[in-house]
Ligand binder design. Structure first.
Ligand SMILES: *Cc1c(COP(=O)(O)O)cnc(C)c1O
Length: 450
């Protein structure tokens, strides 16, 4: 049946009506200004007060008023919304940017990153693939390359900017599984080696990656909570003798509880001898490689097959920035690459790579700008200084806390985590409040050489 002129004009009338009804979704310059001004003012008030703001605010209803504003058909005024954000989101719980927040894993909130996010959201560049946004992808490639360079990775390494360390770990572990050809039927005979101090996101990643039934070997640690490489070698030898393949070692460069760095070089030797993939979780500790005050503690990061870094920790970015780096970039691509009919072919010769080919994600936020902007604006130097400052703060604390009677300290901090506890005058109490054995901290090592 032919569409008549009358039908067409009815459609046009309906379109005009719908356009009017949805017009608020596209505010004009004046409306944008009216939205922006109170938000910027709110942010400035927040920043002015954040240094002295409590690190943690406990409120009676723990933000429950948020739920009073149910999502409804009609909108609400911005003031009312900012009010709720202030009282019931920013006014309750942890304030990682507060001057009083002494969490040992930093929660920064570098201001120019917020401007990077703002621009990335306003321009909405599509950073998953090269063709839609070559510049955005090159920017992310450059950041990956920079991180690869600081850990001493070769030219052929690649990586991805992720939402955080957990997804980066998953990506690294999936790459290991594919690169070592661990098929479902071999999982039960492919062993994974880690310590008690490994971050729990590794266990989660192993399970999600279909490796939940792999034999997990918990490698003993030394007095400084570091993986014992001789024990690792012994466990791997025993597994091989029993017909089990040593498949994956997960070492830590900065554990979450103690800041310990496993002996990466020794572990790399053992892993290489047994053909195992070495994944290093450097989510918290990796960026300390930027300071020259940790000696060669992190020098052997370059020997890992894959490494996880968290710019939202060590680069002080707001949450939402992790990174995975894989020494053999082709292995990362092989594990994640896919083609669809609507995606264009990639030329043989290219000096870029698409994030979507190196990650489980396709469409994703343009994460590069939030890291690129502060790095370009300030240069690397202030980041090195801020990281070194954190090391010295921990060392200073470690010395001074011993002056307080009854304090027992752990080892000299490897990075920015200092262990201490108070032992009551009557002697050690049991861990957990009574009955059992108290677990003593290891004795402090001799003082550091100047
Ligand atoms: C924070 C952390 C993780 C997890 O990273 P997310 O960014 O929180 O997902 C993994 N490993 C270590 C050592 C960490 O400190």
């Amino acid at each position: 049946m032919q569409t008549t002129a009358a039908d067409l004009s009815a459609i046009r009338a309906r379109l005009a009506e719908l356009e009017r009804a949805s017009a608020t979704l596209e505010p004009d310059a004046k409306a944008r200004e009216e939205l922006r001004r109170p938000v910027v003012r709110y942010a400035e008030d927040f920043l002015e007060r954040v240094d002295d703001a409590p690190a943690y605010r406990e409120t009676e209803d723990a933000g429950r008023r948020v739920l009073e504003l149910e999502i409804r058909e009609e909108g609400r005024p911005l003031d009312e919304l900012l009010d709720v954000v202030e009282s019931d989101v920013d006014g309750t719980g942890l304030s990682p940017a507060s001057g009083g927040h002494l969490g040992y894993i930093p929660g920064g909130g570098l201001y120019p990153s917020s401007l990077g996010d703002y621009l990335a959201d306003v321009t909405n560049r599509y950073s998953g693939l090269f063709f839609p946004s070559p510049g955005a992808v090159r920017m992310e490639n450059q950041l990956v390359r920079w991180m690869a360079e600081i850990i001493g990775y070769p030219e052929e390494s690649r990586g991805d900017l992720t939402s955080g360390g957990s997804i980066a770990s998953l990506t690294g572990i999936v790459t290991a599984r594919e690169a070592r050809g661990v098929h479902a039927r071999e999982v039960e005979r492919s062993a994974v080696y880690l310590t008690e101090q490994v971050h729990h996101c590794v266990a989660k990643a192993l399970r999600i990656a279909g490796l939940g039934d792999a034999p997990i070997r918990t490698v003993p640690m030394d007095a400084r909570y570091r993986m014992d490489a001789a024990e690792l070698a012994r466990l791997m030898g025993a597994d091989r003798a029993a017909g089990i393949r040593p498949f994956l070692v997960v070492a830590s460069a900065g554990t979450t509880d103690t800041g310990s760095v496993d002996p990466l070089g020794q572990i790399a030797d053992v892993a290489a001898e047994h053909g195992a993939w070495l994944h290093v979780d450097a989510a918290y500790g990796g960026f300390f490689v930027l300071t020259d005050e940790v000696g060669d503690l992190l020098a052997d990061l370059s020997r890992a097959d894959s490494v996880v870094l968290d710019p939202h920790k060590g680069m002080f970015l707001p949450y939402g920035s992790g990174a995975v780096l894989v020494r053999d970039g082709a292995a990362l691509q092989a594990a994640h690459y896919y083609r669809a009919s609507y995606l264009r072919d990639v030329p043989e010769e290219q000096d870029w790579f698409s994030p979507a080919d190196h990650s489980p994600e396709l469409t994703r936020p343009f994460r590069g700008l939030r890291m690129w902007l502060p790095l370009q604006l300030f240069g690397v130097a202030p980041f090195r200084a801020a990281l070194a400052e954190k090391l010295w703060l921990a060392r200073y604390f470690h010395e001074r806390v011993q002056e307080i009677g009854g304090m027992e300290v752990g080892p000299e901090p490897a990075l920015s985590v200092a262990l201490f506890r108070w032992v009551p005058p009557g002697g050690d109490d049991a861990v957990g409040g009574g009955g059992g054995e108290g677990r003593a901290l290891p004795p402090p090592p001799p003082p550091p050489k100047p």
